[in-house]
Design a protein around this ligand. Sequence first.
Ligand SMILES: [Zn+2]
Length: 300
Amino acid sequence: MCIDDHALFLSSPSPAPRSEGAAGFRRLQLGGTTITALCDGHFALSVLDVLRGGETPMQALLERARLGDVVSSHVNAFLIEDGAHRVLVDAGAGDLQDATLGGMSAQLAAAGLHPEQIDTVLLTHLHPDHIGGLTRHGMAVFPRAVVHVPRAEAAFWLDEAGRDAVDASVRATFDHARQVLAPYMAEGRYRVFDPGASWGALTAEPLAGHTCGHTGYRLHTGEGDVVFCGDLFHVASVQLADPGVTVCYDSEPAQARRTRAAFLAQACRRGDLVAAAHAPFPGWGRLDVSGDGYAWRPLA
Ligand SMILES: [Zn+2]
């Protein structure tokens, strides 16, 4: 799947997998590919503070979605195994955010995997809840993985002058990106890529707006496509009903709106399975047309 040479499975025995049961991982078999959703945790999201209006008045959207002022938002990472490679899409928050996050590594172990068995990490963007799990105490958590970052994303968040130009409240995000990627860079296990890059059955698709280099990954399987869409939406019941609703974290709200509308229309038309970082765990589902927008149909 990936062309890098770090990619071989190790012969060391895996920890005995626990049953999925109540655990925070969930497996899905599609043809010869296994996808595992890994629950990093959840955090409280104040919808009135975070969401920004679209076409429909926010209060009406919240009532229709039966949401209170605060929702519990999940953070999901995904592992893709095709028998030759193990690819992680995003890595959770590690210890960069709330104490209720950072569970991705524990779920990986619960699923029976060692960190050294991951050969490729694909990042949707460089916000802390997607990269924090790459390091612990400044050390690489994944000792063999090559970390791939969208070029536009790296250019923005790793730019020293850019960091100095932004509001102080955003500087920590720049610092975290640099710190988390540093051990991988030092060991030659860091790559940037352009839109359209591919790793076997996976192809990068730009989904700019949430951040300038925000990127999704389309996986072709023998049983349809799966699209890992990162932060295309944060509150499914609101932002699918009205794709014009943005979040305060979107760096380019107008572009985020256009990107979301186009993505949702295509995913719905094609019947893609969508795997989202902030949809309720395990984060995968399909889209149905509903009114002027869409409804999230979690995969049974
Ligand atoms: Zn996020």
